[in-house]
Design a protein around this ligand. Structure first.
Ligand code: URA
Length: 209
């Protein structure tokens, strides 16, 4: 079973309150999401491997650590995932970025992939799938399945807010994927919104409502 990590750093929790607040305007919402994404990037990379190298300081030669292992790939799910992308890139500027676009078929209610563009070496990278809201888990599961079909094996998920239903669905479908969230909320309502949540993340990021 993949682990669920709640990023409970006070700065993340403080900013999340303003993200939730219905009075927060589009500009401030986007800025807070960007900042939380940067802070979450710090948490999600906590376990990436290091190796020791020798470095010459102005004073002496010493051993010191640098990041080793797989290179990273960021996979925002369109469109709301884009709202967290730049914040993550601030800490991980060398990561490559792939995009996955999904819509929900109105008849089957299943996610349909309408766009995918990935780095050519994506299967050699450790991937972070980014989507602010983990609601039913349908999009996340479809995106991760799509990545695995292309040979990707090391995948983590980053969400601002998750519903227990979405976490359970992803953990069942992809038990190898760890999920990092800023908050685990109460439930989904009859319209598929996370409660208490923050409303529609895409609309609030881009002012489309
Ligand atoms: N997507 C959103 O943007 N908000 C929710 O609450 C659920 C899914």
């Amino acid at each position: 079973m993949g682990k669920l990590v709640i990023c409970d750093h006070p700065l993340i929790q403080h900013k999340l309150t303003f993200i939730r607040d219905v009075r927060t305007n589009t500009k401030d919402f986007r800025e807070h999401v960007d900042e939380v994404a940067t802070l979450m990037a710090y948490e999600i990379t906590r376990d990436i491997p290091l190796e020791t190298i020798t470095v010459q300081t102005p004073v002496t030669e010493t051993e010191s650590k640098v990041i080793s292992g797989r290179m990273l790939g960021l996979i925002p799910i369109l469109r709301a995932g884009l709202g967290m992308l730049e914040g993550v890139l601030k800490l991980l500027p060398a990561a490559k970025v792939g995009h996955v676009g999904l819509f929900r078929d109105p008849d089957t209610l299943q996610p349909v992939e309408y766009y995918i563009k990935l780095p050519t070496d994506v299967q050699e990278r450790e991937l972070i799938v980014i989507d602010p809201m983990l609601a039913t888990g349908g999009s996340a599961i479809a995106a991760i399945t799509s990545l695995k079909k292309r040979g990707c094996t090391q995948i983590k998920m980053m969400n601002l807010i998750a519903a227990p239903e979405g976490v359970a669905a992803v953990q069942e479908a992809h038990p190898d994927v760890d999920i990092y969230v800023a908050a685990l909320d109460s439930h989904l309502n009859e319209h598929g919104y996370i409660v208490p949540g923050l409303g529609d993340a895409g609309d609030r990021l881009y002012g489309t409502k």
